[in-house]
Design a protein around this ligand. Sequence first.
Ligand code: NAD
Length: 253
Amino acid sequence: MRLKDKVILITGSGSGIGKSTALLFASEGAKVIVNDLSGVGLETVSEIEAAGGEAIFIQSDVTDASSVAAMVDQIIQTYGRIDVLFNNAGISGVGVLHEIEPEAWDKVINVNIRGVFLPSKYVLPHMIEQRKGSIINMSSCIAEIGLARRASYAATKGAVLALTKSMQVDYAPYNIRVNALLPGTIMTPFVEKYLKNSYDDPAAAIESLKKRQLSEELGLPEDVALAALFLASDDSKFVMGSPLYVDGGAVFG
Ligand code: NAD
């Protein structure tokens, strides 16, 4: 078991990639803290427990400082440590820049960047004290390639990649690794909603997405979960500040 007894917080793990990762990490022996905005995370915990794993659910909004601080306090009171933080929670933002309403812009920036800042801010003091930790930040291959009508979302994922590198330099002296995941198109509720809201013919949109990558298949949440497992475990002990592409070659598409 590659994560035996590691205490791992995964934000936004009531759905999609976060949920898949929570299930995989628990099957590898981790004690998983499932976080989400609403009770949707309880289902993830039930599935983990049904498979014989260990998990608790903490409802918290990753953009709310006092809520995140309370979540981290609860984890420390329960387990005494946090070994891995996966900053996964995120929302989509669609539209060309001049058509984006300022409030919609702020919301995407808030969830996707502040939502990485706050859990990191409150978890890091514990990792510093432990002199060990792994933080995984959810970026996207959109940080490196232009995609139509995704201005606000691309801005946030580029920021997360830059933040990852900066964090890595600052926290390397404490034996804390900080890496980023850069998925391509992964079929989750997040993407299904985007396709449904943005295209008259979502099936045709899926075919055109496939043409923009090297793989003939779109990614699955499990593909990203396996990459997260590598970054969470000590198998990646020499991997620091890296962007890990899980995109079927979309950056070459
Ligand atoms: P998803 O919508 O299935 O899951 C995201 C979860 O985050 C949801 O359960 C949601 O409730 C939760 N969440 C949203 N705002 C939150 C908040 N303020 N506090 C706590 N939880 C919150 O999405 P997904 O596709 O699994 O995406 C997960 C992450 O992966 C996101 O950061 C997304 O940007 C990134 N990503 C996804 C893809 C893709 O193609 N699906 C590609 C690249 C990157």
